[in-house]
Design a protein. Structure first.
Lengths: 117, 111
């Protein structure tokens, strides 16, 4: 398995532009998470999905952020309009809840480094 | 919700020394405690985990201990090597399926 795949790996954009980050979870995993990592705030959970359904989006900073998971193999995180304070590394992670026994491990993607000028 | 505190934020050791990173959690229902290692510019990766029915777990040079009464758990790395240099995150998972992460410890191992 290729693991969790994210694209793009790097994104540089100007303030006010729309940014779309993409994630392909590990096949068969039923949970998908979006995290944001900054030096100031550490690793923050933004939103997570279970079986493609958003369960908790309380970590989404504001209405400029939205996330979707149209099917089990794809998710997007969109920022519109983007602002310089959105600059961070955004990680997608996936996990499998049950495989005969509880499976807890989250597998992270390589991350997208976003810079908003 | 769960609150995880991690200390120290930075730890500098000489190669061959031991390193200990400590975390405390607030939710007594937490039952799963993973540790992740994140090398510079890379993704967090699980290195060891422990469940609440176990007090200690070892894997070669790394070990994790759990004190449920005091609600704290620790990562121990013995015979540190330069390649151990990274940011280490602890996490705790309770009633919800979602782990809460600590702020991370930057470990620097000097050759």
């Amino acid at each position: 398995d290729a693991g969790v795949i994210q694209s793009p790996r790097h994104e540089v954009t100007e303030m006010g532009q729309e940014v779309t980050l993409r994630c392909k979870p590990i096949s068969g995993h039923d949970y998908l998470f979006w995290y944001r990592q900054t030096m100031m705030r550490g690793l923050e959970l933004l939103i997570y999905f279970n079986n493609n359904v958003p369960i908790d989006d309380s970590g989404m900073p504001e209405d400029r952020f939205s996330a979707k998971m149209p099917n089990a193999s794809f998710s997007t995180l969109k920022i519109q309009p983007s602002e310089p304070r959105d600059s961070a590394v955004y990680f997608c992670a996936s996990s499998l809840a049950w495989d005969g026994r509880f499976q807890e491990t989250q597998y992270f993607g390589p991350g997208t480094r976003l810079l908003v000028l | 919700g769960e609150n995880v505190e991690q200390h120290p934020s930075t730890l500098s050791v000489q190669e061959g020394d031991s390193a200990v990173i400590k975390c405390t959690y607030s939710d007594s229902a937490s039952n799963y405690f993973p540790w992740y290692k994140q090398e510079l510019g890379k993704r967090p990766q699980l290195i060891i985990d422990i469940r609440s029915n176990v007090g200690e777990k070892k894997d070669q040079r790394i070990a994790v201990t759990l004190n449920k009464t005091a609600k704290h758990f620790s990562l121990h790395i013995t015979e540190t090597q330069p390649e151990d240099s990274a940011v280490y995150f602890c996490a705790a998972k309770g009633g919800s399926y979602i782990p809460t992460f600590g702020r991370g410890t930057s470990l620097i191992v000097h050759p």
